[in-house]
Design a protein around this ligand. Structure first.
Ligand code: NI
Length: 135
């Protein structure tokens, strides 16, 4: 077994808050991320696919197809969007980097052939990174 990766970047705005909490509690928990006028991040997403090399092609998976899947399923949904306001996936889900990774994983898992294992890493900043493999 081996893993291959397709890396991509996208930009999106968000606000971290809970509408059922007071302003004081939202500020205490989410700080500047609770700015009512939103703020943006340049996200980096690594999509890792695990499987076996196809002896005929020498590919584990055709990364061109992975690139297209990420474009259609992730970039067209989230790139240059306000995650809170524009994206149904976050209508009732706080768009933390953890939840964005979870949503991206579930979207891609549904599209990727079941013979492959999937994991992803999502950078919200240079230093804040989430890893998720469905476990
Ligand atoms: Ni943020």
């Amino acid at each position: 077994m081996m893993k291959v990766c397709r890396r991509t970047t996208f930009n999106a705005a968000h606000r971290l808050f809970r509408s059922d909490w007071s302003d004081e509690k939202n500020n205490a928990v989410f700080g500047k991320c609770n700015n009512p006028n939103f703020h943006g991040h340049n996200y980096t997403l690594e999509v890792w696919v695990e499987g076996e090399i196809d002896p005929e092609t020498g590919y584990l998976v055709d990364l061109k197809l992975v690139k297209e899947m990420i474009k259609e399923e992730i970039l067209e949904r989230f790139d240059h969007r306000n995650l809170n306001l524009d994206c149904i996936e976050f209508a009732d889900l706080n768009p933390t980097v953890e939840n964005i990774a979870l949503v991206c994983y579930n979207i891609l898992r549904a599209k990727l052939e079941s013979k492959y294992e999937l994991s992803l890493k999502l950078w919200e900043t240079e230093n804040n990174i989430v890893f998720y493999d469905g476990k």
